[in-house]
Design a protein around this ligand. Structure first.
Ligand code: SAH
Length: 213
C-alpha cells in the first residue's frame, strides 16, 4: 500500500535538495501512515505537516529529511530527541541505526508514541517531561534534535552534547524560526550553520517558552 505515493514523495524530496540516500531510504521505509490519525492516513505521503492531536503536528517530511541529514546519523550513535510527538522522527533515527532517547511533555502523546514503538518493535527510550533540561542520566549525546521551536538554545542541551556532536534546533519567534546546526568543537566552543525558514509548534518549558497557550 501507498507504494506510488511513497515514491512520489521521495522524488519530491530529491527535487527539494535532499541528497543523503540513507535518509531517503529511511523515509521510504518507515510507515508514516502509522504515525498519523487514522482519518488522515490517505495524506500520510503528502509533503505536509499533519495534526496529531493536542494542538501538535507531525513535521513535514521535507523538514524531517533536512534535520535528519543535518544530524549526520551513524550506526549506534546516541541521539536525544526533544518533542516525541507522533514518534515518527524518532522512528526515522532508529531506522538509521541510532540509539534513540526521546522526550515528550504531553502525557497523552507520550503514551501513544510509546505504544506505537512497542507495536512496531522499536527499542526507543521514552520519557515524559520537560526536554528543555535534557536527559542527564544518559548524557552525553552525539546528536540532539529538537522538533519544537525554541526562543533560544537551552543551555542544558549544549552541556549534554558530546564534543564532536551536533545539535539541530529551530530557534526564533513562535511563528517563524531558523534552523541552527551546532557542532560542539570543544567544551564551550560551537560551530554554527543556519538554514532559514521553518515553522514549528513552540517548545514549552523551563528553558523554552512559558506555558501560556
Ligand atoms: N518529532 C515529532 C513532531 C513533534 S511536534 C514527530 O515526529 O511527530 C513537537 C512536540 O514537542 C509536541 O508533541 C509538543 O508537545 C512537544 N514539546 C513541546 N515542548 C516540549 C518540551 N519542553 N519537552 C518535550 N516535548 C515538548
Amino acid at each position: 500500500m501507498y507504494e506510488e505515493e511513497r515514491e512520489k514523495l521521495i522524488k519530491e524530496l530529491r527535487q527539494q535538495g535532499i541528497r543523503d540516500e540513507k535518509v531517503l531510504e529511511a523515509i521510504r521505509n518507515v510507515p508514516r501512515e502509522l504515525f498519523v490519525p487514522e482519518v488522515l492516513r490517505h495524506q500520510a505521503y503528502k509533503n505536509i505537516a499533519l495534526p496529531i492531536g493536542k494542538g501538535q503536528t507531525i513535521s513535514q517530511p521535507l523538514t524531517v529529511a533536512i534535520m535528519t541529514e543535518a544530524l549526520k546519523v551513524t550506526k549506534n550513535m546516541k541521539v536525544l530527541e526533544i518533542g516525541t510527538g507522533s514518534g515518527y522522527q524518532a522512528a526515522i533515527l532508529d531506522y538509521l541505526g541510532a540509539k534513540v532517547y526521546t522526550i515528550e511533555r504531553d502525557f497523552d502523546l507520550f503514551k501513544e508514541a510509546r505504544q506505537r514503538f512497542q507495536d512496531l518493535g522499536l527499542k526507543i527510550a521514552t520519557l515524559c517531561g520537560d526536554g528543555t533540561i535534557g536527559w542527564k542520566e544518559f548524557a552525553p549525546y552525539e546528536g540532539i534534535i529538537v522538533t519544537a521551536a525554541a526562543p533560544d538554545i537551552p543551555k542544558p542541551l549544549k552541556d549534554q552534547l558530546a564534543v564532536g556532536g551536533r545539535l539541530v534546533i529551530p530557534v526564533g519567534s513562535k511563528t517563524s524560526q531558523i534552523m541552527y546546526i551546532l557542532t560542539k568543537i570543544d567544551q564551550n566552543e560551537f560551530e554554527v550553520e543556519k538554514i532559514p525558514a521553518f515553522q514549528f509548534v513552540p517548545l514549552i518549558g523551563i528553558e523554552g517558552w512559558k506555558n501560556e497557550f
